[in-house]
Design a protein around this ligand. Structure first.
Ligand code: PNS
Length: 165
């Protein structure tokens, strides 16, 4: 069985992430979305909330599950017996960091391969950080994230939903 891991911060999950998840789930037997609990960072959402939002977003995908992890990605990959790491690449600017991470992971654990999927063209501008910034200024983020994610973002930021005004 080919089990892959799609790791990330997902703070919050966007339509760009969901596009990669849907496409990756079609080319592997099982896809584990790994949500990093990075204790040295202060995310907008804690790891439990990020996992919950993702679980709701992927509930129709039978071979996808969501798990939180801490520490090194390659150690988590070993733990869950995944030999494939999936990463989405949006633009050339992503590539340098992604290459460095893939090569570091491969030196740390040569049983793990990284596979890059290119983000769909119409979503290639999207990132969690721009979604957070737009929401913080009260913008309508319904083109960027699922509706329930948008509500949670506005709630968290104590912002009245733009499209309900
Ligand atoms: O969504 P992101 O923030 O681009 O995801 C980055 C992530 C979580 C994939 C990366 O930071 C990661 O794997 N962190 C865990 C620590 C690790 O293994 N780092 C790579 C080798 S030093």
């Amino acid at each position: 069985m080919k089990r892959a891991i799609y790791p990330g911060s997902f703070d919050p999950v966007t339509f760009g992430h969901l596009d990669i998840i849907k496409r990756a789930s079609k080319i592997v037997d099982e896809l584990v979305v790994g949500v990093l609990n990075n204790k040295s960072k202060t995310p907008l959402f804690n790891v439990q909330n990020r996992v919950k939002m993702l679980e709701k977003a992927v509930e129709d995908l039978d071979n996808v599950k969501v798990m939180a992890f801490e520490g090194l990605l390659v150690d988590f990959a070993d733990e869950i017996d995944a030999h494939l790491i999936i990463r989405g690449v949006r633009a050339f600017s992503d590539f340098e960091y992604e290459l460095q991470m893939a090569q570091t992971n491969s030196v740390l654990n040569n049983k793990v391969e990284t596979v890059f999927l290119t983000t769909s063209l119409e979503l290639s501008y999207l990132s969690s950080s721009t979604v957070r910034e737009a929401a913080a200024h009260g913008a309508d983020i319904s083109s960027f994230v699922p509706e329930y994610v948008a509500s949670q973002v506005y709630n968290k930021m104590n912002i009245k939903e733009k499209h309900n005004e």
